[in-house]
Design a protein around this ligand. Structure first.
Ligand code: NAP
Length: 291
C-alpha cells in the first residue's frame, strides 16, 4: 500500500455520542426528577490521574451528568474508602461510581473495586460484570475496550472471522477486549511481554491493537498491508526541546503508509474511553426506569 491510512477519529465520534447522550438525558430527566450522577473517587495528586479526572468531570458537565466525586488526600485509608463506596452504593441519586486508578500502593484496588455495587460499576471492572462479559451476558462493560468496539463499528470494520491480535493482557484493556472480540466472532491472539516472535504474530493480524504502554513498539514492518491498527498506548515523552507530549505505542507516521485504518494518539481511543464512561452512567440511570 502506498496511500495513507484512514484515521479512526475517536474525538469526532465521541463528540457525536455526547450529543446523543445529552438528548437521552433531556428525555429521561423529567421522569427521573434528577440528572444522572457520577462519583469519581480520586486519591492523591498523581498529575496524569488529575488530568484524566478533570477531563471526565468536564465531559460529564457537557452532557448534563452531575459530578459528585471526591478528591481525597494520598494518606486516605482502605477503611475510609470502603465507607465512601458504601455511602455512594446506598445513595439512590448516584448512578455510577469510578475509582481512578492507579491508587497509592497502600490501598488494595481489587478489594475496593469488588465493593462497588455492580449496577453502578461504570468502569466494568467488578468481578460480576467481568463474569457477565465472559458469558456474553448484558452488563456494564469496561470503557476502553467498549470504546474500541464502537470506533470499529462506526467505521463498519467488522471483526467477524478476522484475526485480531491484541498486544497487552491487562484486566483493564487486553483481557476484556479479547473477550469482546471473541463475542464479536473474531479469532483472537493475545500477546504480552513473554510472547515470542511478536513481529510475526502482529504481521498476521487483520486488526492489530497495541495496548502495552511502549512508544514505537509497533513499527511498519509489523503491520500487514491493509490492516486496521488501533493504538491504545498513552505515553508521555519529553522531546529534544524539553516539551512533554503524548504518544501511543505505534510508529504513527510509518504505519500510516501501510495500514488501511489507524487510530491516532491523542484523539483516538482516549476520547472514546470517556464517552463510554458517560454512556455507562446513562445506561445505569436509564435502568432505574426500565430495569
Ligand atoms: P498494563 O497494565 O501495564 O499492561 C500492559 C500490557 O502490555 C501487559 O500485559 C504487558 O505484558 C504488555 N507488554 C508490555 N510491554 C510489552 C512488550 N514489549 N511486548 C509485548 N507486550 C508488552 O497497562 P494497561 O493499563 O493495559 O495500559 C496499556 C497502555 O494503554 C498504557 O499506555 C495506558 O496508558 C494506555 N491506556 C489508555 C487508555 C485510553 O483511554 N486511551 C485507557 C487505558 C490504558 P505482561 O502482562 O507480560 O507484563
Amino acid at each position: 500500500m502506498t496511500g495513507r491510512a484512514g484515521i479512526l477519529d475517536g474525538k469526532a465520534l465521541a463528540a457525536q455520542l455526547h450529543i446523543e447522550l445529552t438528548q437521552q438525558i433531556e428525555t429521561l430527566q423529567p421522569q427521573m426528577g434528577r440528572p444522572p450522577a457520577l462519583a469519581v473517587l480520586m486519591v492523591g495528586d498523581n498529575p496524569a490521574s488529575l488530568s484524566y479526572v478533570r477531563g471526565k468531570e468536564r465531559a460529564c458537565e457537557k452532557v448534563g451528568i452531575a459530578s459528585v466525586g471526591k478528591h481525597l488526600p494520598a494518606e486516605t485509608t482502605q477503611l475510609e474508602l470502603e465507607k465512601l463506596i458504601h455511602d455512594f452504593n446506598q445513595d439512590e441519586t448516584v448512578d455510577g461510581i469510578l475509582i481512578q486508578l492507579p491508587l497509592p500502593s497502600h490501598l488494595d484496588a481489587v478489594a475496593l473495586l469488588s465493593q462497588i455495587d455492580s449496577d453502578k460499576d461504570v468502569d466494568g471492572l467488578h468481578p460480576l460484570n467481568l463474569g457477565r462479559l465472559v458469558r456474553a451476558e448484558v452488563g456494564l462493560r469496561s470503557c476502553t475496550p467498549a470504546g474500541i468496539m464502537r470506533l470499529l463499528a462506526a467505521h463498519e470494520i467488522d471483526p467477524t472471522g478476522k484475526h485480531v491480535v491484541i498486544i497487552g493482557r491487562s484486566t483493564l484493556v487486553g483481557k476484556p477486549l479479547a473477550l469482546m472480540m471473541l463475542n464479536a466472532n473474531a479469532t483472537v491472539t493475545v500477546a504480552h511481554s513473554r510472547t515470542q516472535n511478536l513481529e510475526a504474530i502482529a504481521r498476521g493480524a487483520d486488526i492489530l491493537i497495541a495496548a502495552a504502554g511502549h512508544p514505537n513498539l509497533v513499527t511498519a514492518d509489523m503491520v500487514m498491508p491493509g490492516a486496521t491498527v488501533i493504538d491504545v498506548g498513552t505515553n508521555r515523552i519529553v522531546d529534544e526541546t524539553g516539551k512533554a507530549r503524548l504518544v501511543g505505542d505505534v510508529d504513527f507516521d510509518n504505519v500510516q503508509k501501510v495500514a488501511k485504518w489507524l487510530s491516532p494518539v491523542p484523539g483516538g481511543v482516549g476520547p472514546m474511553t470517556v464517552a463510554m464512561l458517560l454512556y455507562n452512567t446513562v445506561w445505569s440511570y436509564r435502568r432505574k426506569l426500565h430495569p
